[in-house]
Design a protein around this ligand. Sequence first.
Ligand code: SAM
Length: 245
Amino acid sequence: TSYGFKSVDEGAKQPLVNEVFHKVAGRYDLMNDLMSGGLHRLWKDAMVAFLNPPKRDGWRVLDVAGGTGDIAFRIVDASHGHARATVLDINGSMLAVGRDRAEKKGYADAVDFVEANAEELPFADETFDAYTIAFGIRNVPRIDVALAEAFRVLKPGGRFLCLEFSEVDMPLLDRAYEAWSFNAIPRIGQVVTGESEPYSYLVESIRKFPNQESFAAMIRQAGFDRVTFRNYTGGIAALHSGWKL
Ligand code: SAM
């Protein structure tokens, strides 16, 4: 298959992103482990530890681009089963894997799944206590629109957290990381899913995503206060935090 990724403009990228995730859904969790060497688990654990969900009933989180449920399940765990999580994703195949996992884990009551677009959230204003998005915002065509939606559905005092690949700020690590992304990741994709091109596209999308400071500015622009970020693994990933005050 030729996806013609290199000529894709922002408006046309959503169908391609959807195709990639439809194809990989069944092997998505395995691919994550292989491609990040298991690091994505540590970054996700760190994100949820930073969120520190309260251990009381009535607290609601919306996990956007939540895919197979990794963040939502961790949040429910961290809240000792009190939090209620909504996993929202544009891709029914990813959600189907998530639903299966939720049933197997016995989380069917704590987590629900909604197929929708991050740019158009099907929720009333001020519905959630927290909004999380991990390795998802990079795939959304209009990031400013997604951020405005995040702000809208949060309650006053609500928390925004975004985990995303970012700009590596360590010499040597940046070179090793480039070599890994441009060579190893498409090859692993080829071996595990039979196709490399979707992975070349994903790597390219990481390069195009704004760096830590620029993304923090976009979050402020959407109305959030006290915007900060912290780097993980030398900036391979970064966690951005903001508050709706
Ligand atoms: N958050 C999960 C994790 O960290 O394992 C999944 C991340 S996965 C790399 C990116 C997800 O973003 C995919 O499940 C994809 O379907 C979803 N996605 C892409 N564009 C989206 C959009 N416009 N709205 C909602 N979800 C979207």
